[in-house]
Design a protein around this ligand. Structure first.
Ligand code: AMP
Ligand code: GLY
Length: 413
């Protein structure tokens, strides 16, 4: 297979490693330049039509899309016109991630448990809706931008003034058109799980749940981030497991009933409250950094799985994993997730070999054999096994760059 991978973060770096291990791979090409890419295999393009044309000329058989934005912009629909198979939702189904109100309507239609919400479109609605939310939701609401806001559109206010101000700023264009509409949502309390499912138009096959450490600082303090670490698998009690299985069955039926005509990934962001599963959000891609952990112990040939998906034979796939826990610790840049500094040389990267840790580049710039920090999240350090965390934390300590920050409490959840 000739494969084209779209995306340049640590998630895609881990996917690239796994794809390269596949017996089915002839050649791996890249659509964006990450520091992990083989430079001579990067396809230049000016838009998705141009990319699809170039891919066709190179005989690409499969496009694998990492991030959400190209999905929401319809990259898979365009590749379909060129008869190139894709792993990723089409533009219509990408709305499960790109429009929170679309996702809520889908869940309501199929009786999938989620937090009650109210859609707000005008500043004039804010005051009354806040009072109503306080009464009905018995707490301050979570405030969410309806559209894609680079993972920053969710706010958990700690008082009503903060809530009012955030809602006003959001409707006023804080996230551009993504926050032209916002949602007030009931705040839920419980344990969060990330569950990734594969869908081929007929069958849903799900990975065990992974844990994402979303808060910036130890003990879940500080701002929400894209994820500062992850663990896999999460341990569930029997009642939780049953609720999760029931939910996934419901999701499969909902997709079947809706004739969801795409081949790709659905990421259910779940909250377990009183043994019940509630959906906080849908994403239509693998989560970063959770997938780095999962791929570390994933034993199937990933291209075999993807190929079966494109053939509508996902029901023949049995996902297999090494029987050991897996962890990822993210090294980030001081200031992340707001304004961060970068451009600092990364030293002592080689230490990962000594510790048997895999390192995946996210915000890294390579130049003349040297590496520099170039993003909010810089590196993912990944390893599996009972003593994996010790090795990961030795590597996290020994890798040096100015402004390095990371959480010290990643563990099984
Ligand atoms: P989302 O992008 O919707 O997943 O929100 C990002 C994060 O905000 C989630 O992972 C949760 O930690 C938190 N969050 C979102 N919705 C809720 C909710 N209804 N109740 C409590 N926390 C929430
Ligand atoms: N780790 C959360 C995400 O990828 O959105």
């Amino acid at each position: 297979m000739r494969v084209l991978l779209f995306g340049s973060g640590a998630r895609e770096a881990a996917l690239a490693k796994k794809i390269k291990e596949s017996k089915l791979l002839d050649e791996l090409y890249y659509a964006q330049t990450g520091a992990f890419c083989d430079e001579d295999k990067v396809i230049e393009f000016c838009d998705f039509y141009n990319l699809a044309e170039n891919a066709k000329k190179l005989g690409i058989d499969l496009l694998v899309v990492g991030p959400e934005l190209p999905l929401a912009q319809g990259i898979c629909d365009i590749f379909k016109e060129f008869k190139i198979n894709t792993i990723g939702a089409n533009k219509y189904w990408a709305q499960l991630e790109s429009s929170k109100s679309f996702a809520k309507e889908f869940m309501e239609k199929f009786n999938i448990k989620t937090a009650p919400y109210k859609l707000i479109e005008y500043p004039g609605q804010i005051n009354d809706s806040l009072s109503e939310a306080l009464l009905k939701f018995e707490n301050l609401p979570v405030i969410k931008a309806d559209g894609l806001a680079m993972g920053k559109g969710v706010f958990l206010p700690s008082n009503i003034d903060e809530a009012r101000l955030y809602a006003l700023e959001a409707l006023g264009g804080k996230f551009g058109s993504a926050s032209k509409k916002i949602l007030f949502e009931k705040r839920l309390f419980g344990r969060e799980l990330s569950v990734f499912s594969l869908w081929d138009g007929k069958t849903l096959v799900s990975f065990d749940p992974a844990g994402d450490f979303k808060k910036l600082k130890d003990n879940d303090k500080g701002e929400n981030t894209g994820g500062m670490g992850a663990c896999f698998p999460c341990v569930l009690n029997a009642a939780e497991k049953k609720s999760l299985d029931d939910y996934l069955k419901k999701l499969e039926n909902a997709l079947l009933n809706s004739k969801a005509d795409f081949c790709g990934v659905i990421y259910s962001g779940l909250m377990l409250a009183d043994d019940e599963v509630y959906v906080l959000e849908y994403n239509m891609r693998f989560g970063d950094p959770e997938i780095q952990c999962i791929l570390e112990v994933f034993e199937n040939d990933i291209l075999d799985v993807f190929e079966k998906m494109t053939q509508g034979r996902l029901r023949d796939v049995k996902l297999r994993f090494k029987n050991e826990p897996s962890f990822c610790v993210v090294l980030a840049s001081q200031g992340y997730p707001s304004k961060y500094e970068c451009g600092h040389e990364i030293l002592n990267l080689d230490c990962v070999k000594k510790y048997g840790v895999n390192v995946f580049f996210a915000g890294v710039r390579a130049e003349k054999g040297k590496y520099y920090s170039a993003g909010g999240r810089v590196l993912s350090l990944v390893k599996s096994g009972d003593s994996a965390l010790i090795s990961i934390y030795f590597a996290a300590r020994d890798i040096k760059y100015k402004g390095k920050i990371y959480r010290h409490d990643i563990n099984l959840r």
